[in-house]
Design a protein around this ligand. Structure first.
Ligand code: NDP
Length: 337
């Protein structure tokens, strides 16, 4: 039987990627909720969704098995808690909440209710990142020493809204992109970060005290150090991800993206090799795995705990940028320094 989804939020990400992904993974989009009845109806019509509602109660009263939460970030906690209480499985957008303490509440409630809870970190579903993780785990670069993430983009005009104007909605590039870099670094390295130091900037796009650029330096448990660059204002930068080890380097280009594109080069003493990897849509893979988790097979590709890790990392980066000091990353406590 196909999983019946309710969408919480008439969002761009659902329209561009997630509705297709749910359907491609044999799920059904049963209903959409927007805070505006008019927008809900228009969105339902445009996306062939049978029901449109404008309250959370109305959505949770529909015959649905799971919800996908893609509203602005300040709403995830309350909506997630309500969905968990109603007994539906939850796939929640990143950041799970505005603080890691709130994210921990969500994940604990989901666990207590016995429902499946996932964080929509798409990048770990990319063939490129999976190939990198496998190459590292197989020892192909020897002992990993350092990583570099290039994830500074130009925020498209249609998304230049709450991300750059509304601190209360969880705007800013750190909650938007650094969370993804935290998750991708953890996934590819198979390691957890312990400390971060960050500089942020407002380079002309974001206002209201929000940052639109960040450079972070990370230290991982194994001793690996990493740097990451996140931005909204660089039109021509391109993206990439490198991991350098004692016996080789992985150099991936054009891979910090929503699409299954890019390339991964392995360079060792024996020369250069282009790694091949699958090109399945990232979000469809995430949905396939989420559906399997509902059937009791495995867990979502990014779990609630992964979402706590990425938010604790982002929180620590923001704190570091304010204090000028390196901050410990502790998913159990949040940033305490
Ligand atoms: P949008 O700005 O498109 O949507 C967010 C909310 O804004 C919607 O829920 C909607 O409220 C409201 N909204 C949308 N369009 C309009 C409009 N024309 N007029 C008034 N209100 C409007 O956000 P995104 O889709 O970019 O992001 C949503 C969430 O998804 C965020 O948490 C973000 O971090 C995450 N995200 C994740 C990505 C990933 O790859 N994992 C990629 C992009 C975003 P309502 O529902 O009440 O109508």
């Amino acid at each position: 039987m196909s999983v019946r989804w309710g969408l919480i939020g008439a969002s761009t990400i659902a329209r561009q990627f997630m509705i297709n992904a749910i359907r491609a993974a044999d799920g059904e989009v049963a209903a959409v909720m927007s805070s505006s009845a008019e927008r809900a109806e228009a969105y339902a019509r445009e996306n062939n969704i049978p029901a449109a509602v404008s309250t959370l109660d109305a959505l949770l009263n529909k015959d649905i098995d799971a919800v996908y939460i893609s509203t602005t970030n300040e709403l995830h906690l309350e909506q997630g808690m309500a969905a968990i209480k109603a007994g539906t499985h939850v796939l929640c957008e990143k950041p799970l909440a505005l603080t890691s303490a709130d994210a921990r509440k969500l994940v604990a409630a989901a666990k207590a209710a016995g429902i499946v809870f996932g964080t929509n970190h798409h990048l770990r579903n990319a063939g490129a990142h999976r190939a990198m993780r496998e190459a590292i785990a197989a020892g192909r670069i020897g002992k990993p020493v350092a990583a570099r993430v290039f994830h500074s983009v130009f925020l498209p005009e249609n998304l230049q809204g709450w991300r750059i104007t509304r601190p209360k909605a969880g705007g800013g590039v750190v909650l938007d992109i650094t969370v993804h870099d935290a998750d991708t670094l953890r996934f590819v390295l198979g390691d957890d970060p312990v400390e971060i130091s960050a500089f942020t900037q407002s380079a002309g796009m974001a206002d209201s005290g929000l940052e639109d650029g960040a450079m972070c330096i990370w230290r991982f448990k194994s001793g690996v150090i990493a740097q990451s660059h996140e931005g909204f204002t660089t039109k021509f930068a391109g993206t990439g991800f490198e991991v350098h080890g004692s016996e080789g380097s992985l150099i991936a280009t054009n891979v910090m993206t929503q699409k299954p594109i890019g390339s991964v080069l392995l360079r060792t003493a024996s020369g250069e090799e282009e790694l091949s990897f699958d090109r399945e849509d990232l979000y469809t893979r995430s949905l396939r795995q989420f559906h399997a988790a509902i059937r009791g097979e495995g867990q979502p590709s990014a779990t609630g705990e992964d979402g706590i890790w990425s938010l604790a990392s982002a929180e620590a980066a923001l704190q570091s940028s304010k204090t000028g000091k390196a901050v410990t990353i502790d998913p159990k406590l949040g940033s305490m320094n």
